[in-house]
Structure formats: C-alpha cells, structure tokens
Ligand binder design. Structure first.
Ligand SMILES: [Zn+2]
Ligand SMILES: [Zn+2]
Length: 165
C-alpha cells in the first residue's frame, strides 16, 4: 500500500481497507478489535470456546510461570484492553515466563518493553507458522501497563523509531 500520493501528501486509507487488512490478520470488529485465534510456536490454538470470557468473547489461555508461582491465566482478546482472569498470587513487577498451556513451549520474545522492570514483549502468533511474525504481543511483566494485547508490528515500529532518536 502506498502511504503518500504523487504530491507527497500522506494518504489516509479508508476505514474499509484498514478493516480488510486487519481481518486478513485474524482480527475482527470495528470499534473493538480483537483476535479470534492465536497459536503457540508449535501451532496449538490458545483461544478455545470454553476459555474465560471477556465481554462475551473467549480469552487467550496461557500458562504463566513466575519465580516460585505459576498459574493458568486468561487475557482479554481485545486489543489495548488490559484485562485478565487468574494470576492472583503474582505481584507487581514479577517477570513471567509465558508458556503454552498444552505443550509448555515458551512464547518467543520480539523486543524489549521500555518499562522500569526490563520487561520483554512476548509474541502470540496469528498464524500457525510463527516465522511469519504476523502476531500480537504483550509485556511479560505482571502489572506493566503494556500488558494489554497489541499489534506486534506497531511495537516493533515504535522500538525502531525510539532507537533512531
Ligand atoms: Zn503448544
Ligand atoms: Zn513492560
């Protein structure tokens, strides 16, 4: 997609083309964008219909492992909404290993979070093939404001921009 017209002005894509782009990436909804399926690096589905619900939609089931605590946690499938069920024993700033509840595989890290706890963004793939990097991600620190699910591409772009400054 071209981002500038012939005169160098920024082209604002119309809503429908943004929507169809996002739907290709497994995202649904106009106002409340959400993921309908995410996969572990081994291709296991982590959104099942019997998962804990958020505004009526099933959340993302994860196995989170802290230094000496672990729990099954469901996180909201809605982008940019930090809501979770479970993990009551974790404390603010706890660094967590984010694992698949089925095969125990660790989610891949895509980059650092700029939070005070040296968090890292872990990736939840939107494709069965994680190499596509078509993904959403969130910070692996319990309580980090960036613990909501966000588009991996935006996080990487933000990081590159800050790195250049
Ligand atoms: Zn798995
Ligand atoms: Zn963070």
């Amino acid at each position: 997609m071209d981002h500038f017209d012939e005169e160098g002005k920024l082209i604002i894509p119309d809503k429908d083309s943004i929507k169809s782009e996002l739907e290709k990436r497994g995202l649904k909804g106009k106002e409340d964008l959400h993921v309908t399926q995410v996969y572990c690096p081994n291709g296991h589905e982590m959104i099942m219909s019997d998962n804990a619900k958020f505004d009526g939609l099933p959340g993302i089931k994860l196995f989170l492992k802290g230094e000496n605590k672990e729990d099954i946690v469901y996180i909201s499938p809605f982008l940019n909404k930090r809501q979770r069920t479970g993990g009551d024993d974790f404390g603010l700033g706890d660094k967590l290993e984010v694992r698949c509840p089925i095969c125990n595989e660790k989610m891949r890290v895509i980059g650092p979070c700029d939070c005070q706890w040296n968090g890292e963004y872990v990736m939840l793939s939107l494709d069965k093939n994680p190499d596509n990097r078509n993904a959403v991600c969130f910070c692996d620190i319990w309580g980090c404001p960036k613990g909501d699910v966000r588009l991996a591409g935006e996080v990487v772009a933000e990081y590159i921009r800050d790195y250049r400054l």
